[in-house]
Write a protein that binds this ligand. Sequence first.
Ligand code: ATP
Ligand code: MG
Length: 349
Amino acid sequence: MSTRVATKMARIEGLPPDEILFGSSTAMEEVRQKALKISKTNVAVLLLGEGGTGKETLARWLHANSDYSSGEFVKVNCAAIPSSLLESELFGHEKGAFTGANAAKPGRVERAHLGTLFLDEIGDLDSGLQSKLLQLLQDGFFSRLGDQVERAVDTRVVCATGRKLEEEIEAGRFRPDLFYRINVLKITMPRLAERSADIPQLAEYFRKLHARQFDKECEPFPPELLSYLRNLSWPGNLRELSNCIARYIVVGPEGLTQREATRARPSSYSYRNSSQDAVPLKKICKEAIREMERNAIIEALRSNHWNRRKAAQDLKISYRALIYKIRDAGLIAKRPNAQERTESTTTNA
Ligand SMILES: Nc1ncnc2c1ncn2[C@@H]1O[C@H](COP(=O)(O)OP(=O)(O)OP(=O)(O)O)[C@@H](O)[C@H]1O
Ligand SMILES: [Mg+2]
């Protein structure tokens, strides 16, 4: 196998498989449809979304699935490199362009020739560089620092930001003409809470990934735990879920309780439903009790490391009753399997 092919395969191997990356939620189905259409074009793409929603992951997927995949995926974090260094980092320099420039050096734009240039945190790019980038996007030409020669590159540009660029334009910090250039094709990554249907599958993916990474054994997660994870709010999105599971693998189930930012999503019952009709008090009380019971079950399971038999003892109910209540609370969708039925019979005999 040639080195080039081997390198490309290694890059794609770093990505989750498509069924994990896009999951099965409606929110991600939209992303998949757009990404598939966009991947074969060479028009600039803008990826929007909160921190940890997977913008960089999608940028890598777009690269791997584009006509530029045999070239390099070159990432530039516009917020992490001081603007005094960023120009030469991006566009390169000629010998003597500034003090200390002892030799000519190509920049990352050149490295991305026939590949993908990923400009992360584009909203943080300073105004001088915004003009130079605009020229690159308009005609594919740029010049190294201290050089008169115009060079041409053919690169796929993908930009990402967590900022609202319209607000940056309003504040005079972002050029509107650059915005229109990069905003032709845009994908907004949903928050993890908006794709909660994908959480169980993602949690299992991260479990296997981190178990391999830390060289630890970790049993598949019980359905109650997956359901518990699914109902949390995850303000740090996929990064937070991934970190939380890494902690679980390293320090054990108590690692889950160290999560501070994440809270269960707000309770859904209210005396008015979404269409503003009043809901009878009896129904509200029933739902409130159900939710309290559900929380008590989760707490007992969590403090007993998701061992159902021990949780049942803590709750002072039979194992069989706990399994019934777990199902009733929607913590597992399926009926107990044959092994569980045998366990239950043995325990309650
Ligand atoms: N669809 C996905 N499937 C599996 N893992 C994912 C997916 N998207 C992101 N991840 C993982 O979640 C973490 C955060 O993803 P990524 O860095 O792509 O997000 P981001 O939006 O660029 O975040 P930030 O804005 O903070 O830079 C990474 O560890 C990444 O591997
Ligand atoms: Mg990122």
